[in-house]
Design a protein around this ligand. Structure first.
Ligand SMILES: Nc1ncnc2c1ncn2[C@@H]1O[C@H](COP(=O)(O)OP(=O)(O)OP(=O)(O)O)[C@@H](O)[C@H]1O
Length: 260
């Protein structure tokens, strides 16, 4: 049984068609990279998987059930813009969601419960390589460190699915490489299913186990908003392909997409 089924999904905003005819099955443990022109609907699909946007037609099923209209703990999301709280330390940022759910209103826990949450938070802080910065505030961290913090925050909820919206887009190339290693390690160790939007086709090739390319197949010059993007390539990525990927393969497919 597939973890996620996207059954003939269409999405429009008003009379602007964004996505159309999406039919895809995703198994648990896949890492799907999503690439395509700006504005073609990649984030919109992520939001539909998160549950914060609804399909206009068709259905997305998670474990054969319609996706709940509210985001829930099964799905965590990390955006390009760091979503951490500026007035909380690294440790407090990672603990906060668990503290709120354990204490209902106050956002503070005590005694044994607090110790459990602290231990769990330390585990994820270490996993993302921020053990040396536990008591620092976000403004004292580099962009890469803030993004590590956002990932640790998302992992605290033990999501089965991690949604990444250009998570490394704002980072320098050297730091991006480190983050690639980190995310692959986290993907494997936590047996996550990952959907990642990226503008960098090479990153998409290197990181994913599968690549989706979004593009418009149908065009009407008189009515440019009548047709939405579809997934024009659905490529399984093998490690060999990824090793070979480098620029040459990425460029080849980029050309193919542009020319199609
Ligand atoms: N809530 C909304 N209401 C109306 N239009 C929207 C809404 N959200 C997104 N759109 C439009 O839908 C289209 C797809 O947006 P989306 O953010 O999914 O694209 P994208 O492929 O992720 O783009 P980018 O790569 O630039 O981030 C855009 O034209 C955007 O303006």
């Amino acid at each position: 049984m597939s973890l996620l089924k996207i059954n003939n999904v269409w999405k429009s905003y008003g009379d602007v068609q964004i996505l159309e005819r999406l039919n895809l099955n995703v198994e648990a443990g896949e890492f799907v990279s999503m690439v395509g022109a700006s504005g073609c609907g990649k984030t919109t699909l992520l939001k539909m998987i998160l549950g914060s946007e609804q399909a206009t037609r068709g259905q997305i099923l998670l474990n054969d059930q319609p996706i709940s209209p509210e985001p829930n703990e099964e799905r965590g999301i990390v955006f390009q813009k760091y979503s951490v709280f500026p007035h909380l330390t690294v440790l407090q940022n990672v603990m906060i969601a668990d503290e709120f759910s354990a204490s209902n209103f106050l956002g503070r826990t005590f005694g044994k419960k607090k110790r459990q949450i602290t231990d769990k938070a330390y585990g994820f802080i270490e996993a993302v390589g921020l053990a040396h910065a536990t008591n620092k505030y976000p403004h004292q961290l580099s962009g890469g460190m803030q993004q590590r913090l956002a990932i640790a925050q998302a992992l605290m909820k033990s999501p089965k699915i991690l949604l990444l919206d250009e998570p490394f887009g704002a980072l320098d190339p050297g730091i991006r490489k480190d983050m690639h290693q980190l995310i692959r390690k986290i993907w494997k160790e936590n047996k996550l299913t990952i959907f990642m939007v990226t503008h960098d086709i090479q990153e998409g090739f290197e990181l994913g186990s599968r690549l989706w390319v979004f593009d418009k197949v149908r065009h009407d010059p008189q009515a440019p908003t009548s047709y939405g993007a579809q997934i024009t390539y659905d490529l399984p990525l093998s490690t060999e392909m990824q090793q070979e990927a480098g620029l040459s393969l990425a460029e080849k497919y980029a050309k193919k997409v542009v020319n199609s």
